[in-house]
Design a protein around this ligand. Structure first.
Ligand code: ADP
Ligand code: ADP
Ligand code: ZN
Length: 217
């Protein structure tokens, strides 16, 4: 099963990807997580990426395409993968098409999660992330049992620097301009499925299950 989760910041890609990892046993490839890892390590790539991420702008295509190209060659991708947050521009989508052709790993589905801007702002401003295991929470919609600590590993939760109001608005504009055109791109490719991301987390998950169960061999 080879899937792309497509949608604006805060639509629920990470949340759904983590549940799919558990259910289907295939890896989640989140370019955002990989880039944040590089920033934390302080590698040259991380230092370069941070300049863009802090402002809510996209990291240059060559950087993220390089990351994904390498990651997809890892053995664990042979049984499938979930791309979360990649591709985000038309050149990234074209590059991915090429890489997957070389590797002979055609995409099965692109799941496009739709959520309106008001809800996205509310989701992003209440998002919290576990410092240890990366699991996401929401202070209102998906709160941890013990405030500020992760249910899964007990790690402390933090708010991402780019989940502040001004940066959120910039990211939503960047999404409209640079990423939203990918919906038409994958519709034309005949593999797009649109999912109502406004529903509650378990309902969105059910919808994804239904789609994948029904449409894949
Ligand atoms: P969100 O889950 O809120 O959409 P991500 O964790 O996916 O955010 O991405 C955080 C930041 O990392 C983005 O704002 C961008 O700067 C950078 N980034 C992640 N994926 C990509 C990508 N495919 N292309 C360019 N930049 C990316
Ligand atoms: P993305 O990876 O697309 O940026 P996340 O999965 O990190 O989005 O979700 C953003 C925030 O919204 C998180 O705090 C998450 O707990 C919450 N969230 C995710 N899905 C839903 C949903 N269906 N309804 C309400 N809140 C949600
Ligand atoms: Zn944790």
């Amino acid at each position: 099963m080879r899937i792309i989760l497509l949608g604006p910041p805060g639509c629920g890609k990470g949340t759904q990807a983590k549940m799919m990892v558990e259910k289907f046993g295939i890896p989640q490839i989140s370019t955002g997580d990989i880039l944040r890892g590089a920033v934390k390590e302080g590698s040259p790539m991380g230092k370069e990426a941070k300049k863009y991420m802090d402002g809510g702008l996209l990291v240059p295509d060559e950087v993220v395409v390089g990351i994904v190209r390498e990651r997809l060659q890892n053995k664990d991708c042979a049984s499938g993968f979930i791309l979360d947050g990649f591709p985000r521009t038309l050149p990234q989508a074209d590059a991915l098409t090429e890489v997957l052709k070389e590797l002979q790993l055609p995409l099965d589905r692109v799941l496009s999660l739709t959520v309106d801007n008001q809800a996205l702002i509310e989701r992003l401003s209440g998002r919290r992330t576990c410092r240890e295991c990366g699991r996401g929470y929401h202070i209102k919609f998906d709160p941890p049992k013990k405030p500020d600590f992760c249910d899964a590993c007990g790690g402390s939760l933090f708010q991402r620097d780019d989940d502040k109001e001004e940066t959120i608005r910039e990211r939503l504009t960047v999404y409209e301009n640079q990423t939203a055109p990918l919906i038409a791109y994958y519709r034309e490719a005949g593999i797009l499925a649109v999912i109502d991301g406004m529903k509650k987390i378990p309902e969105v998950q059910k919808e994804i299950d239904r789609l994948l169960g029904g449409g894949l061999d």
